[in-house]
Design a protein around this ligand. Structure first.
Ligand code: NZQ
Ligand code: ZN
Length: 392
C-alpha cells in the first residue's frame, strides 16, 4: 500500500426530509446570504426549491437565486453567477441539484475569490480560495457532493475540463434518497453507470496488496449491480434509492482509491464525447468503459478475473483465465444494456468520422496518459474504434 492522505471534511446529512434543515446547516457553516443555484427546472417542479428557500428563510439566511444550469455545465453561467454573487454580497453558495449544479457552484465559489478569469483554474492554475458551499443532492451520479472536483465546459469550442482542490469540497451535503424518485429511468441509469465507473477507475491499479480498498470497491460495485435494476423497475423504492445514493458518495470521495495508483483514462476519453455531442456523462461512459476494458485487459488478466468472479459472478476458468476476464467485461456491458444504457457509437449518437477530432481534442499529442495502462493517441483512437461497433 502506498502512503496517502485522506481528507473528506464534508458533513453528510442523510435521510428523508433532511432538505428542510438546509437553513440550519448554511448558518452552522457561516453563511448569512446564500446564492441558491439550481438546474433546468426539476427542483422547481417538485417543490424542492420552495422547501429549501423556506428553510433558509426560517434560519434568517438572505438569498439570491440563479437557475438554468444545464447538464455538461457551461462557463457562461459561471460568469453570470460570479457577477451576481459580487453584486449581491453573497457569502455562501447552496447547490440544489446534481453534478452539473454542484460543479457550477464550485466554479462560482472559486471565481468570486479570484481577480482573474475563473477558467484559469480549468487550465492548470491551483484554486487557493473559494466561498464556502453546501449541497442538496437530487441525483446519485457524479459524486461531486463528496469530491473536491469540478468539471465545466467552455462554450466556445466546447472544451470540457476539470479542476480539483480541497477548498472546493462542500461543507455539508444533504442526501435525501426520496428526492431522486422523480428521476427518469434513463438519468437513474446514467448515474449508476457513472458511480460504477468511479470505482473501476480506482479498482484497476498497479499497486499490490491494498486488499481493504479492493474489497470496498467490490462492495460498491456489487451494491450497484443489485440495486440499480430494482430502482429501474420501481422508481419509488426508497431503500434501493438510499443504497445507490450513498454508494455514489462512497464511490467518489476518495475512500475507494486510497493507497494506490488509479487510471482515469475512461473518464478523459468520455469527456470528449459529452463535450462534442452534449450527451450524458454516464451514457458516454457506458460506451467507453467496457471498450477500454477490452483494450487493456491483457495488462493484468487476473485483476479482470477478480472483477469477473467477485462482481459479476463468473466461474473462474483456471485453464483459460483470459476467457474469464472477457466474460466479466461482457457481463458488465450486458448489465449496462439491461438498464437502458447505450453501448456503442450509434446508440449514443456519436459518429465514427469524428474520431480524429475527439482524439485531437483529448490533447495528449505525442505523450501518454493513464495510471493503470499508459495510453497514446493511437491507443485512444483504437478504443473509440472498439466503441463504434460494440455489441452484447
Ligand atoms: O436540470 P434539471 O431540471 O434539474 O434536470 C437534471 C438534468 O437534466 C436531471 N435531474 C437531476 N435531479 C433530478 C433530475 N430530474 C428529475 N428529478 C430529479 N431529482 O438530471 C439531468 C442530469 O443532471 P446532472 O447534474 O447533469 O447529472 P450528474 O449528476 O450526472 O452530473 C453530470 C456532470 O458531472 C460531471 C460530468 O462530467 C457532468 O458534467 N462530473 C463531475 C464530477 C465531480 N465533480 O466530481 C465527476 C464525474 O466523473 C463527472 O465528470
Ligand atoms: Zn464520472
Amino acid at each position: 500500500m502506498d502512503n496517502f492522505n485522506f481528507y473528506s471534511p464534508t458533513e453528510f446529512v442523510f435521510g428523508r426530509d433532511r432538505e428542510n434543515e438546509a437553513g440550519e446547516y448554511v448558518k452552522k457553516y457561516g453563511g448569512s446570504k446564500a446564492l441558491v443555484l439550481y438546474g433546468g427546472g426539476s427542483a422547481v417542479r417538485s417543490g424542492l426549491l420552495d422547501r429549501v428557500k423556506a428553510s433558509l428563510a426560517k434560519s434568517g439566511i438572505g438569498t439570491a437565486e440563479l437557475g438554468g444550469v444545464q447538464p455538461n455545465p457551461r462557463d457562461t453561467l459561471v460568469y453570470k453567477g460570479i457577477e451576481l454573487c459580487r453584486a449581491e454580497g453573497v457569502d455562501f453558495i447552496l447547490a440544489v441539484g446534481g453534478g452539473s449544479v454542484i460543479d457550477t457552484a464550485k466554479a462560482i465559489a472559486a471565481g468570486v475569490c479570484y481577480d482573474g478569469d475563473f477558467w484559469d483554474f480549468y487550465c492548470g492554475k491551483r484554486v487557493e480560495r473559494a466561498l464556502p458551499l453546501g449541497v442538496v443532492l437530487t441525483i446519485a451520479a457524479a459524486g461531486s457532493e463528496g469530491s473536491g472536483d469540478s468539471v465545466i465546459t467552455k462554450e466556445e469550442g466546447m472544451l470540457k475540463r476539470g479542476t480539483g482542490a480541497d477548498v472546493l469540497r462542500s461543507r455539508f451535503s444533504i442526501l435525501d434518497p426520496a428526492l431522486t424518485q422523480t428521476l427518469p429511468a434513463y438519468q437513474t441509469a446514467c448515474g449508476a453507470t457513472d458511480i460504477m465507473a468511479h470505482v473501476f477507475e480506482r479498482y484497476f491499479t498497479n499497486t499490490r496488496e491494498v486488499e481493504i480498498t479492493d474489497r470496498l470497491c467490490e462492495a460498491v460495485l456489487i451494491t450497484m449491480v443489485k440495486e440499480t435494476p430494482r430502482v429501474i423497475a420501481d422508481p419509488n423504492n426508497y431503500e434501493a434509492r438510499a443504497n445507490i445514493m450513498w454508494a455514489g458518495m462512497v464511490a467518489h470521495n476518495g475512500i475507494v482509491g486510497v493507497g494506490r495508483s488509479q487510471d482515469w483514462n475512461s473518464h478523459g476519453i468520455e469527456h470528449e464525447l459529452s463535450a462534442l455531442y452534449d450527451c450524458a456523462h454516464g451514457a458516454g461512459l457506458a460506451v467507453i468503459m467496457p471498450s477500454w476494458m477490452e483494450y487493456v485487459y491483457k495488462h493484468d488478466v487476473m485483476r479482470f478475473c477478480r472483477m469477473a468472479t467477485r462482481v459479476f459472478g463468473c466461474q473462474m476458468n483456471y485453464e483459460d483465465p483470459e476467457a474469464t476476464a472477457l466474460e466479466g467485461i461482457s457481463r458488465f456491458r450486458s448489465f449496462l444494456h439491461s438498464i437502458g444504457m447505450p453501448i456503442n457509437f450509434a446508440e449514443l449518437g456519436a459518429r465514427e468520422e469524428d474520431i480524429p477530432k475527439l482524439v485531437e481534442k483529448f490533447g495528449i499529442g505525442d505523450g501518454k496518459t493513464g495510471g493503470f495502462v499508459s495510453l497514446s493517441a493511437e491507443d485512444i483512437t483504437a478504443i473509440y474504434r472498439i466503441a463504434v461497433n460494440a455489441k452484447i
